[in-house]
Design a protein around this ligand. Structure first.
Ligand SMILES: [Zn+2]
Ligand SMILES: [Zn+2]
Length: 255
């Protein structure tokens, strides 16, 4: 099976998963590599919540497990960095301070809120919210792009009240074109994130039409991640991801 390069553990505020459960699950799936990518989102706007990682403990635990399992799997120490227009300096400093092997840049905050929460959608038109999300991502990307992979491009659609019912990819191509040109120019991979499949949606992020547009613009590099927050979801939907890679003849940077 393809290796999983987007996995959360107890080091993320939204997961309780034990690292060894994750590693053993990946080994049972015959993965060659597994990369833990816990969250670091500076200035998280939800009161009482923090997505600041305990980085020293993270490296200590993972380095021990790297050695312990080295004969069975390659364990990599990654991070999913939240990118906004306010945190680019913090992100740059953070990456200078720790030797992460793999970095995903993801936009989780729109209008100072996470669209994961239903309050975000109150009195909001879905198409407007999608457009604002893509614009925010583009603005953040222009300020900071020192990462390997752009995470879950149309993540916001997962959480819209009507899911993808009102989502027409081409309505956003004018903004997304700039996002794709930016990442293609910087050799940043576009993530095929299967997390939505585990939530019962019928497409991975980004949507097929977005992948097609990426291809049309000359995009080639992709990465694959389950975005699992429990060990049971590791590798979920990777058969679909593999089909997409083959269909578009993309290059998986982690294989
Ligand atoms: Zn994310
Ligand atoms: Zn994630």
């Amino acid at each position: 099976m393809l290796s999983d390069f987007h996995v959360h553990s107890k080091f993320s505020a939204d997961s309780d998963e034990n690292l060894e459960n994750i590693i053993n699950k990946a080994i049972s799936l015959n993965m060659k590599d597994i990369c833990i990518t816990d969250h670091q989102d500076w200035y998280w706007p939800v009161p009482g919540e923090s997505f600041d990682i305990d980085t020293d403990s993270y490296f200590n635990e993972l380095n021990i497990l790297k050695d312990k399992y080295s004969s069975k799997i390659n364990l990599h120490i990654g991070v999913e960095l939240g990118i906004t227009c306010d945190n680019y300096k913090k992100n740059a400093d953070f990456l200078k301070s720790y030797p992460f092997e793999y970095v995903i840049g993801s936009c989780h905050i729109v209008d100072n809120m996470d669209p994961y929460y239903s309050e975000f959608w109150e009195n909001r038109n879905e198409a407007d919210a999608f457009r604002t999300y893509f614009s925010t991502l583009l603005d953040a990307l222009k300020l900071f792009n020192s990462f390997n992979t752009l995470g879950h491009l149309d993540y916001i659609v997962r959480y819209a009240p009507n899911k993808d019912k009102n989502y027409n990819c081409s309505d956003y191509f004018n903004i997304v074109e700039q996002i794709f040109k930016e990442i293609i120019h910087k050799n940043i991979a576009l993530e095929i994130n299967t997390g939505a499949l585990a939530k019962g949606m019928d497409f991975a992020n980004p949507h097929f039409d977005m992948l097609s547009f990426y291809k049309d613009l000359g995009g080639k590099l992709v990465a694959v991640g389950s975005d699992a927050h429990i060990a049971g979801n590791i590798g979920f939907g990777f058969d679909k991801a593999a089909q997409l890679i083959e269909h578009f003849n993309f290059k998986n940077i982690n294989e």
